[in-house]
Structure formats: C-alpha cells, structure tokens
Design a protein around this ligand. Structure first.
Ligand SMILES: *Cc1c(COP(=O)(O)O)cnc(C)c1O
Length: 223
C-alpha cells in the first residue's frame, strides 16, 4: 500500500505555483493527518463539526483548519475560536452568525461564498443571481469579522468534462464580476476554491487558487 506521504507529494508535484492544497482529511484518522503534517502540509479540510472538534485539539496548533462542508448556523460557535477559512457559506444568515461568533472571539474569520452551479438539485449554495443580489444589497459590509475572501463550488458529478469545465468557468466569471463590482480595492478577495480528486486538473485550468483533495491523498473513505 502506498503511504499517504507519497500520495501527498505526488499530488503536490502536479500543482502549479499559486494553487494551494487543502488536504481533505474527513473520515481519516489523526495519524494520517500527522504523517502529512510531518511532510510539510499545513492546510487540512474537514466537513463535520463533531469530527473537527475531536481532531483539532489532538493535532499541532499551527495546522490551518478549513471547514469545507455545509455548516449549520448553530454549530459556528464550536469552530469560531480556531477555524482559518470557511469555504461553503451558503446563506446570509450563516455569514452573519460567523461575524457574530468571530467578534466574540476577537477574531476575523475568512469565508468563501458557495455558488450552486452543478446540475444536481441537492447541492448547496447561492445561485449566481442570489449571490449577486446579496452582494448588491450590501448588509455584509457591516459584518467586518466575517471576511469574504472569494468563491467556492462543487462541479456537477459527471464524466462529462465539458460540463465540469463550464461549471468552473461560471464560477470564475462570477468571481471576476464580483471582484470588479464589490471588491476591486480588497486584496483579500482573491480565492477560487474548486476541484477535488477527480476533477482538479480541470479546476486548475479554470483558475482555481485552492483545490480540495481527499481521496487521492488519503485513499477511499470507508464511512
Ligand atoms: C470530500 C470533499 C472534497 C474532497 O473530495 P475527494 O473526491 O475525496 O478529493 C472536496 N470538497 C468537498 C466540499 C468535500 O466534501
């Protein structure tokens, strides 16, 4: 069996400069995370609050934890003291709660707006039209402890590369529009988080700045 460290280094070798790697460690044990940490990886992604609450105190304090899954408003408080980036902000209410909890901890939490561009109705996120309306409305400007740093998406789960490419391209276009209209003087608005194990080469071609890779590093998840 190949080691997670070998897998990590192989994946990293395929990433061009400027593309950050979120090693998605959900459902994998703390020991596997530590192997990657020892090989230099610092950014890890988790998608369940319960699991992160167990792993975070057990692992090195300088790990940058990214929350990549759907986050329930009532669970923000558990991760607010340490979370480094919340990828999938899918409602104004969630962003407002992140602001509130971050302020209470004396922190600023970086956030990405999740866009729903996939064909599956089950996926979460703002439609581009909803996201545009939210940004235009401007209430978020007062939420200074929740910092909007870019956009995130999951592409349609399909073998059709053309569809995947067009999902990512829509999100890239939305990023460019938002940058120009609302964030032109904001250097923090710079992240495009898309691409997983099976589609990240297309994501990179379409301008991803962060890719979220689990299976290609840690192997198949058993749960
Ligand atoms: C699990 C997950 C990933 C990683 O998926 P792999 O196919 O294992 O690389 C990426 N993004 C999100 C939001 C996930 O939930």
């Amino acid at each position: 069996m190949e080691s997670v460290t070998d897998n990590l280094l192989k994946v990293k070798a395929t990433l061009p400069p400027g593309v950050g790697l979120v090693a998605v460690s959900k459902f994998h044990p703390a020991e596997s995370i530590l192997r990657c940490y020892e090989a230099g990886q610092r950014i890890f992604g988790e998608s369940r609050v319960q699991e992160l609450r167990v792993k975070q105190p057990a692992l090195p304090a300088d790990i940058e934890w990214h929350f990549i899954g759907h986050l329930q408003t009532n669970k923000v408080k558990y991760i607010a003291p340490y979370i480094s980036l919340i990828h999938a902000v899918d409602s104004p209410a969630l962003l407002r709660e992140i602001d509130r909890r971050a302020a209470a901890c004396g922190r600023t939490i970086r956030c990405l707006l999740e866009l729903h561009v996939a064909a599956e109705a089950s996926k979460q996120g703002f439609t581009p039209a909803e996201c545009r309306a939210f940004l235009e409305q401007g209430e978020w400007k007062a939420w200074t402890h929740a910092r909007i740093c870019g956009v995130m998406c999951m592409a349609t789960n399909t073998d059709d590369d053309l569809r995947v490419r067009s999902d990512f391209a829509r999100v890239r276009d939305f990023f460019d529009e938002a940058k120009e209209r609302w964030f032109s003087h904001d250097a923090d608005f710079c992240e495009r988080s898309y691409g997983m194990s099976h589609d990240y080469p297309i994501a990179i071609e379409q301008g991803a700045t962060l890719v979220r890779i689990g299976t290609s590093i840690f192997g198949e998840r058993t749960t």
